[in-house]
Design a protein around this ligand. Structure first.
Ligand code: C5P
Length: 316
């Protein structure tokens, strides 16, 4: 949303949340980025109350397009003349490019657990909540990407028009959903805790209790990330490693085996890291085996660090 010309009166109402006309009501409920281009007389432009309005509006995340100098409506000359329309357009274009480095990039992210049916009422699953993957999707979208989030069963939801959420249950469904889009994406991030094995046969009816023991024969489920690595064209590929021992060595092995650009290692030995937690402590290891360790942080902040690494690698 662009507000230009933004007079001293309009700006002071925007800063104090007054909504006495359609423009102000639209501004107060807008969810898109807001740019304002002040246009006022020179003394007004320098007045502390205007400076206050600029500061307040910027503190709300609005972006100011500074006024230029020239002839003003009063006939005086000085600062306060609205930036020329072409300057406004160029400013917005440059600002959008700088503030959304993933603009025009498509990112696919897997999240959550998978559930592998044993019979109509039972399944093999795990404790993954999906939090890490959902935070990554939010962060990638915030940086301008179009995101496809393929999620196993999770209580989480996401409402961001740049994110397409595809819900699946099983590893096979996750594999199929990922490969429907994989050729068209620039970045793939596998944050899902996929069941490594699934029952070889799924019973049609609920299995009855019988005897002291029961055996379920399992077979390997598809390794989604491995297949993404094998079919890689120009995609930047990121995986996770949740390890309990020989963390760094195991993560490096996985990085190579799955043909990744970098791997995010989290160790269950670190307090605050792992399943169902709101925090995580990660080490990022890249193809050249450079590693960066980060402090314990909220998953939202961890997602920011990971997406920043994606941006750095795309620009490298
Ligand atoms: O081999 P491991 O399961 O430890 O590898 C973990 C990484 O591989 C994670 O990024 C996970 O999302 C991904 N993965 C997958 N499909 C599987 C198993 C793991 O995409 N079947």
């Amino acid at each position: 949303m662009v507000i230009a010309p933004a007079t001293a009166n309009t700006l002071s109402k925007m800063a104090s949340g007054i909504s006495d006309n359609l423009l102000l009501a639209t501004y107060l409920s807008a969810k898109c980025p807001i740019y304002f281009a002040p246009a006022m007389d020179l003394d007004m432009y320098k007045h502390p109350s205007s400076l206050n309005s600029f500061k307040t509006l910027q503190s709300f995340g609005n972006i100011m397009i500074p006024a230029g100098s020239g002839e003003l409506a009063s006939g005086l000359h000085g600062e306060g003349r609205m930036a020329e329309p072409e300057e406004v357009a160029t400013f917005i274009e440059q600002h959008l490019t700088a503030s959304t480095p993933l603009l025009n990039k498509k990112v696919i992210i897997t999240a959550g657990p998978t559930y592998e049916a044993i019979d109509p009422v039972r399944f093999i699953g795990n404790h993954s909540s999906g939090k890490m993957g959902y935070e990554l999707a939010k962060q990638a979208a915030k940086q301008g990407a179009k995101v496809i989030l393929v999620s196993g069963p999770s209580s989480l939801n996401i409402s961001d028009e740049s994110v397409t959420l595809i819900r699946v249950n099983t590893a096979q469904q996750m594999y199929d959903a990922v490969h429907n889009y994989y050729d068209s994406v620039h970045v793939g991030i596998a944050a899902a805790a996929v069941s490594d094995y699934r029952p070889k046969v799924v019973a049609d009816q609920k299995i009855k209790k019988a005897g002291e023991e029961m055996t379920i024969v399992l077979e390997k489920s598809p390794d989604i990330l491995l297949s993404m690595g094998q079919h890689k064209k120009n995609q930047l590929l990121v995986g996770f490693a949740l390890e309990t021992e020989n963390e760094i060595a195991n993560a490096k092995k996985k990085l190579e085996k799955k043909n990744l650009d970098f791997i995010v290692l989290n160790s269950l030995n670190d307090k605050g890291a792992g399943f169902k937690k709101d925090t995580n402590k990660i080490t990022i290891i890249d193809k050249a085996h450079n590693s960066k360790s980060f402090d314990l942080k909220s998953k939202a902040e961890v997602a920011k660090d990971i997406i920043n690494e994606v941006i750095a690698k795309l620009n490298a």
